[in-house]
Design a protein around this ligand. Structure first.
Ligand code: 13P
Length: 256
């Protein structure tokens, strides 16, 4: 049984104070769903405040990116050792960092290894553009991203890794993949993990869907056998919607 994981990726939304107010307001409501892992990924500047506000709860905190070096002349970047003790998870390879900050498959791999070396759990994001999707090359493209991301990562680290399949054309557009489409690609990703590490590891790997996930379509995704949770942008910024997403995941997986 894979424990569902619902993560809110807040992107560049909410000031530190707004972030703390938000988690204070929903932490008791989220505590009602221990059957799912609940993760909040606020902007870096809000991490300390959110972590302190969630201290003593089982709600985890995640960062939205990490550099692979421990220090250096890398203006604007945050090192993995700086996040130790502050976060449990870190999103790596989000398409917005691949597209706007030049993050490559090779960098995703280095970031994932660095995160694991520092006891952080990577949520490795993969996904294709509309152009690639329409050209029928999704499987090949996403497959290549997954192979690259896991290059050199030992099986002993896999329990600490989550994958998020986020088709770029579904992010922030209101146009989500169908549950079946997402399940199909996520099943393929699980197949790659099986090829690389064997069936047992593949069956244990948690793989989320992301892209315009809302309470109204959450059940469709969570009812799919390969989909183990969601990486959520817009809907995770609203108190009621985020709590609903967690509740719907628990219900759809028969854990309520
Ligand atoms: P939306 O849920 O706003 O489409 O964003 C998805 C996403 O990019 C989460 O990482």
């Amino acid at each position: 049984m894979r424990i569902p994981i619902i993560a809110g990726n807040w992107k560049m939304y909410k000031t530190p104070q707004e972030a703390v107010d938000f988690v204070q307001a929903i932490k008791d409501r989220l505590a009602a769903y221990p059957q799912a892992e609940r993760v909040i990924c606020p902007p870096y500047v809000a991490l300390a405040g959110v972590q302190a506000a969630l201290d003593g709860t089982e709600i985890a905190v995640g960062a939205q990116d990490v550099h692979w070096e421990e220090q250096g002349a890398f203006t604007s970047q945050i090192a993995p050792n700086m996040l130790e003790g502050l976060v449990k998870y870190v999103i790596i390879g989000h398409s917005e960092t691949r597209d706007h900050q030049g993050v490559t498959d090779e960098m995703v791999n280095k970031k994932a290894k660095a995160a694991l070396a520092h006891g952080l759990r990577p949520i490795i994001a993969v996904g294709e553009s509309l152009e690639i999707n329409e050209a029928g090359q999704t499987r090949e493209f996403v497959g290549k991203q997954v192979h690259a991301a896991f290059d050199g990562i030992p099986a002993s680290d896999l329990a600490n890794v989550v994958i998020a399949y986020e088709p770029i054309w579904a992010i922030g557009t209101g146009k989500s993949a169908s549950g079946e489409q997402a399940n199909d690609i996520i099943g393929m990703i699980r197949g790659i993990i099986a090829e690389l590490y064997g069936d047992e590891q593949a069956n244990a790997m948690r793989i989320q869907y992301g892209g315009s996930v809302k309470p109204k379509n959450m059940t469709e995704f969570m009812s799919q056998p390969h989909i183990d949770g969601a990486l959520v942008g817009g809907a995770s910024l609203k108190e009621d919607a985020f709590v609903d997403l967690v509740r719907l995941a628990v219900e759809a997986k028969g854990l309520s």
